[in-house]
Design a protein around this ligand. Structure first.
Ligand SMILES: [Fe+2]
Length: 157
């Protein structure tokens, strides 16, 4: 099932929202690939997702450390990230021998992460970061949307 990007995902922190949107796009690519599964495509989407997830988690932890957010929140963020990375690593080992079931498990794992981490802990992180000018955020989202539309990706919120 596709995830539709909408206001409920927007934390108001441009960098986090941009990265979450890309994560949702990649999750949707995985779902689309599962409709007519081809092992090499599933493996390619899996690798893209694994790489992007690592980049995104480091980016959030760096942001949290840079702005010295509450230590307990930083610790929870790191613990949830580590658990997610461990699960991705576990799935990665099974990808070659059983791509379809592994990709389905990854899809479930991503949906769970989006619902229980992105929409909960990441919102707490965003609330603990310095506020951006709302207009600046709006303009950034608009600009990004235009670029994405030009490249024929996204735009289905
Ligand atoms: Fe996140």
């Amino acid at each position: 099932m596709l995830i539709h990007w909408g206001q409920r995902f927007e934390t108001g922190i441009t960098e986090i929202d941009r990265e979450h949107r890309h994560l949702v796009d990649l999750t949707n690519s995985l779902s689309a690939s599962l409709e007519k599964p081809e092992p090499h495509i599933l493996q390619s989407v899996f690798m893209q997702l694994a790489g992007y997830i690592c980049h995104h988690l480091v980016s959030e932890e760096t942001l949290a450390a840079h702005h010295r957010v509450d230590a307990a929140l930083q610790q929870r963020l790191q613990q949830e990230h580590q658990a997610f990375v461990a699960e991705i690593g576990r799935l990665q080992k099974k990808m070659e021998s059983d791509p379809v079931h592994t990709a389905q498990a990854l899809q479930a794992c991503l949906t769970d992460f989006i619902n229980h981490h992105v929409l909960v802990t990441d919102f707490e992180l965003a609330a603990a970061l310095p506020k951006e000018h709302p207009q600046r955020h709006h303009e950034a989202s608009e600009a990004e949307h235009r670029v994405r539309t030009l490249h024929g990706v996204g735009g289905k919120s």
